[in-house]
Design a protein around this ligand. Sequence first.
Ligand code: C2E
Ligand code: CA
Ligand code: CA
Length: 580
Amino acid sequence: MNEDNSYQISLLSAMNTKLAKSEGILKNICDISESAFIYFDYEEKKPYVLGNWSHFFDFEPGKFLSVGQIVDLADDEFVEGIYRTLNLEKTGEEKSSFEFKMRDKNLYVNSNVNVLYDNAGIPVWKIIVFTDVTKYKNQNDELTYMAYYDSLTGLYNRNYFVLSLGEMVAKAEQNNAVVSILFIDVDDFRKVNDGMGILEGDEVVQSIGLSFKKMMDENLIISHFNSDIFCMAIYDPVGRRSVESIVDRIREIMRTPIKLVSGKEVTLTVSVGVAEYPESTNNYLELINLAEIVMLKAKNKGKNNVQYYDKPIIDEFIGNIEIEKKMSKALKNQNFVMYYQPQYDTNTKELRGVEALVRWCDEDGKLVSPETFIPIAEKNGSILLLGDWIIEECLSDLSRWKEKHNNMEDFLLSINVSSIQFKNKNFVKYLISIIKKYGISPTNVELEITESVFIDNMEEIIHKMKLLKDFGIRFSMDDFGTGFSSLSYLRELPIDTLKIDKSFIDDVVTDGSTRTIAESIIDLSKKLGFDTIAEGVEQEVQYSLLKNIGCENIQGFYLGKPMKFEEIDALLDKTDVKNS
Ligand code: C2E
Ligand code: CA
Ligand code: CA
């Protein structure tokens, strides 16, 4: 052995030691790892198996000969993919990974494959790593579940429902079938939530959801949209008939009392809106909107109702949205104007005062009736802003009249106050501050309220009224006779005036019983010490009759229509103001 040889030998042995050492390290790493490894050397044509083999495979590592043994273990649906991945060198690719489920073990396995090729493109070695991803897979399933289902009820969530509805409608399009949407809203759910708490509210929703869930089949899907809102889609090859039977089933479900864990029982009703493809619209997203809009109509009809799609309902809804939009602009630009309708003493025809009536000048300068926009303003809350504006505007007008005319001590400005406005906690303070601002005597102000203000919390309302009455403000009960009009409760109310509704005046001449009612209202009103006024008096005969039966004041087109500030100004010049 020459020197060169001995050098080569010692180099080789050093390399071997090093190799053995790094092989050892590698083996250790692989053993510690939870994964299993296959190292395949193409020159040796022999696989090496390392790592946590037994976690994945029941056969001995030594019995592993080819990847085919592993392919055999995969669930059918994964066979093709895992075969391709484990035999990656056949494709010429360097890297790939594939997730598969093992048939007999409940394991999800991710296989990562790396192939090294030489310059000629011949594979040199291949490494396959198997990692157990079952844990992540289950987490993923949970995420997937949450992405599709509502956790409270187990029903479809909104997104998944919309997706499925799209498919349903596409299928219906091909088969000339009908898809019906039922938009379901629990009536008075807020009372449940407020009265029993959110937890029991959830229990109620859950219970309803579970009952609805039993209706699900391949042609009927149900979603819990949110809070107390559910939506069903029914694929219906025959037509409307099945919707009606579904509605019946919903009613039946709702009739059964809901038993809560606490032992309490509740029975609720629902309002349902129905829209159908293709009759209502071809667009599946719009279907849900239309069903929701007609559902609102079902609610307005007094709840526990079903409303089928009807174009005029939708048109009205859209019209209202238009008005709403224009109104918010009008509020900003103060495009409102106050009109005043005179009220007269029936006997002397002296001026008792005026009723302030708001009008809206739209963009074309046309006056829009408050009957159109007040209900909308009440619904969207803008009545508060508008109401404040009205109070300030008409009190300012009153102060200007008072500056110019004498003998106005007993003149009454009647202001209509919406229930929502009156219930607002700032109302009393605001009104008093404006009265003071314009230096007006509170005794010149009469608030017209309707019976609807007493519906929710009578005591609190009466308390508020008394505060204002102590300050000197008067109250008139507007539209009297149209609400619940229980005469006995009138006694408890701190009111000064009863305003007999126009509907009685319309018939008072032609209809004997209406006349009798009007007479007894006036009679009772006097006995209780109230002032009486009839509104909507249009004809001389109505006027004479009301005078005969003792109605003290009248208001109506017969003696004067609502008019502008200047016209009232002129009227005050030539008419005496009543002195009480
Ligand atoms: P309301 O308080 O019952 O007002 C009486 C309505 O009858 C007024 O209609 C008035 O113009 C009308 N009217 C008066 N005399 C006659 C008559 O002889 N014949 C006929 N056919 N109608 C007559 P308007 O001004 O359109 O107001 C309608 C409703 O809008 C009012 O009914 C009231 O509920 C509400 N409203 C009007 N102004 C205001 C306001 O400033 N604030 C609030 N909150 N509501 C208002
Ligand atoms: Ca009124
Ligand atoms: Ca009225």
